[in-house]
Design a protein around this ligand. Structure first.
Ligand SMILES: [Zn+2]
Length: 229
């Protein structure tokens, strides 16, 4: 029988970013529109509110993701440069450092030293990066690409409540936006859990509860400030 044991961690990185962006877009824009709608503002203003939410949210996602990924990359680069310096200056100490790590993981002393020597023959910096610093290639991202991905997925999510505002009459707008948004949140949560190999029910329930909570709170605040039309 064939041994099929595929892991999904590599795909999860960017899928996580895309799902997170779309989730954010749906929840924040739908909540804002529902909140403003509950205050009794005219329908043509609602579209403008939603559009502003989309643009502001996409920009903020892009900026946040860019800063986060590039500072992470900066930190990793600095760590690797320092490690390379240590390797250049004190090879023997670095061999023993790596051997100690393997000994702590359960190899006996002789084997640990052999493994450390062999791995440092093949890829000195790489072996220290992985086993000493915990830096893998997975974590190294492109900040510009991450920013673009987040902004686009946020916009795609935010477009849902925005299109709903255009298509439905103002009387039914609040329940329609809530149903469409929660429905797509559940779908998105289920799909991402399926791709990542996690529990679909748990993921769907999680986004459903948080999404509903966000919209209810916004609606409550909107009603507090009800304007007379
Ligand atoms: Zn080292």
């Amino acid at each position: 029988m064939e041994y099929n044991h595929e892991h999904k961690a590599e795909r999860i990185g960017w899928i996580r970013a895309v799902v997170l962006g779309a989730n954010d877009g749906i929840v924040s824009t739908a909540s804002l529109v529902v909140g403003i709608a509950a205050s009794g503002v005219a329908a043509d203003h609602l579209f403008l509110v939603g559009l502003a939410a989309l643009v502001a949210g996409a920009m903020s996602m892009a900026a946040g993701e860019y800063v986060s990924v590039s500072s992470q990359t900066d930190i990793e680069r600095a760590e690797l440069a320092l490690e390379q310096q240590h390797l250049d200056e004190n090879w023997t100490a670095e061999v023993h450092e790596l051997a100690t790590i393997y000994r702590k993981r359960g190899l006996d002393s002789e084997l640990a030293l052999t493994v450390a020597k062999k791995l440092m023959e093949v890829d000195p910096l790489g072996s220290h990066a992985r086993d000493e610093l915990g830096i893998t290639e997975l974590a190294q991202g492109n900040p510009l690409q991450a920013a673009l991905f987040s902004a686009l997925s946020f916009s795609a999510g935010a477009a849902l409540p925005l299109i709903t505002v255009l298509l439905f009459s103002v009387e039914n707008l609040i329940p329609t936006i809530i149903v469409i948004s929660l429905g797509s949140l559940v779908l998105l949560g289920g799909v991402s859990a399926h791709v990542g190999g996690a529990s679909k029910t748990k993921a769907a329930l999680r986004v459903l509860i948080w999404g509903a909570l966000a919209m209810l709170v916004s609606m409550g605040i909107g009603q507090l400030f009800e304007v007379t039309v």
